[in-house]
Design a protein around this ligand. Structure first.
Ligand code: XMP
Length: 508
């Protein structure tokens, strides 16, 4: 199989590079920066990409790539930190902290370039660096620069080394994919004959190898990720997988019933545990978002623990963790904690289960494509993402049965109206949030003093960034009227018009 090796120097975007490579039907392997030449050689790479990273190459303890990796015969593309590392290692110089550039910047091409051939003379690109290359190694030339004179792209005359100070992997860089395509196809000579089917085959083989004769339990949430993970493991080890569906009482209207019915149609062995009383009890009086998340995460594990003990002799816990969960939970070096996603994090010591996370390098839309490929029903694959802590993070303030019921009804109305307007299926996520804010209203001749529902609808490709959806005013109007008329305890509806960043998709 044709491989491209991506050497990870700690960038937030490393898996996005891997994804872009997959999109071009090329298989890639992400290796840590400290991989030795011998390890890289195992993959017989057609090309090597060195990622960005948070370090400065001038720091005495900055991470460095095995020098011998650069001379393996495969073309090397350094991105951001990767370019600085190449420059410094091959005899150039990098200056620290003089002028940093963050955000979208204009760069201008200069002279011929194999990497940038066919692209416009000027490009808008995403830069995110504090250091800059001040002197190029011998045999290198700059092929693009910023308005401030910083080298934005470079390559050597022999056509072996390439460097980009900007990030071609992000959507904010114009022609970013074209640049990667030129590197992979024209420079590395990749054929691009790898398919998603190959990923499934590889994943099934990996799961069999990892699990051996062991038994696996899986927490099914009704969401796309855990369902696809379960279907995949089911394909690999069949009846040695037992799924547990924990109903935490924080699902949407009629959701639990619907989900359990769908799973039985998929041939999965599912135990349905109604733990709603336990969860709601422990959440009583809790208002802090992170505390809610921690309580729910902890209880999930407790319930699993108890159920797994009933099944007996279980060795593995399967989780549908996907890449954005890993990044946002700050488990990688250099990444900060945004929210502790409840399906990510440590298991209690006493629970001697090992974690199986076959989807942890993938993005949501890739998980959906794989789900379709392995026969997960369309109504599950197509479901909008729903957070593990469920309505707890949409019911701001105190969680009570009454407030959850109000939120469920409002949410069902919003969904119904979006469906009626044929908008629902095209939206990444749409939901209601119940705010612990009371405002004055008037119903008939009476004064009301009730809570507020916020409508949230966003479109996204991978949940890392999102734009708020412009829902037609007529749909908003009928939704707001219905919520105020039909939902007890709500007299006002507002619309969230914030994108991510600066907001996150969920309110908590
Ligand atoms: P945010 O709110 O961080 O959400 O922009 C990004 C995506 O993740 C979902 N989400 C979660 N999913 N467990 C999950 O499985 C969680 O704890 C969790 N919190 C947020 C959110 O709905 C969105 O799709």
């Amino acid at each position: 199989m044709e491989n491209v090796v991506i050497i990870d120097c700690g960038s937030q975007f490393t898996q996005l590079i891997a994804r872009r490579v997959r999109e071009m039907n090329i298989h890639s392997v992400v290796l840590s920066w400290d991989a030795r030449r011998e390890r890289v050689a195992e993959f017989n790479p057609k090309g090597i990409i060195i990622s960005g990273g948070p370090d400065s190459v001038n720091d005495p303890d900055a991470i460095a790539v095995d020098r011998r990796v650069l001379d393996m015969g495969a073309p090397v593309l350094g991105i951001c930190y990767g370019m600085q590392l190449l420059a410094k290692t091959l005899g150039g110089a990098v200056a620290s902290g003089e002028r940093s550039e963050y955000g979208v910047t204009r760069v201008r091409r200069s002279g011929d370039s194999r990497l940038l051939e066919g692209l416009p003379e000027e490009l808008e690109v995403l830069m995110s660096h504090g250091d800059r290359v001040t002197s190029l190694p011998e045999g290198f030339r700059a092929t693009a620069s910023t308005e401030g004179g910083v080298t934005a792209a470079t390559e050597d005359r022999a056509g072996h080394f390439f460097g980009l100070q900007f990030h071609p992997e992000v959507v904010h860089t114009e022609h970013g994919r074209d640049v990667l395509r030129r590197f992979l196809f024209d420079i590395c000579g990749c054929a691009g004959d790898w398919r998603l089917e190959d990923w499934v085959e590889g994943a099934v083989a990996d799961i069999r190898r990892q699990v051996g004769e062991g038994r696996v339990v899986c927490g099914l949430s009704g969401g796309v990720d855990s369902s696809v993970a379960a279907a995949l493991v089911n394909r690999a080890i069949g009846s040695r997988l037992t799924c547990i569906f924990v109903d935490h009482g924080l699902m949407r209207l009629n959701e639990a019933k619907h989900v359990v019915a769908s799973y039985s149609g998929m041939g999965l062995s599912v135990r349905h545990v109604d733990a709603s009383a336990l969860f709601l009890d422990r959440l009583a009086g809790v208002t802090d978002p992170e505390r809610k998340r921690r309580i729910i995460g902890g209880l999930f594990i407790d319930v699993f623990d108890a159920e797994a003990a009933k099944i007996g002799a279980v060795d593995w816990l399967l989780q549908g963790t996907i890449y954005p969960d890993v990044i946002e939970s700050g488990r990688r070096k250099g990444a900060v904690l945004i929210k502790s996603h409840h399906n990510v994090g440590g298991l209690p010591e006493h629970m001697k289960l090992r974690l199986l996370e076959p989807l942890r390098d993938l993005f949501k839309d890739e998980v959906r494509a794989i789900g379709r490929l392995i026969g997960v029903p369309e109504d599950i694959v197509d479901r909008q993402p729903f957070p593990g802590p469920g309505l707890a993070v949409r019911c701001l303030g105190e969680i009570t049965r009454e407030r959850l019921d109000a939120l469920r009804e409002a949410d069902a109305i919003f969904r119904e109206e979006l469906r009626r307007a044929k908008l629902y299926d095209g939206i990444w996520q749409s939901f209601c949030v119940l705010l612990p804010v009371r405002t004055v209203g008037v119903m008939g001749d009476s004064r009301t003093y009730s809570e507020v529902v916020a409508l949230r609808a966003v479109n996204s490709q991978d949940a890392m960034t999102a734009d708020w959806v412009r829902i037609p005013p007529e749909v908003l109007d009928v939704t707001a009227r219905r919520i105020c008329n039909e939902v007890r305890g709500v007299n006002r509806v507002v619309l969230d018009v914030t994108s991510k960043p600066p907001a996150t998709i969920e309110w908590e």
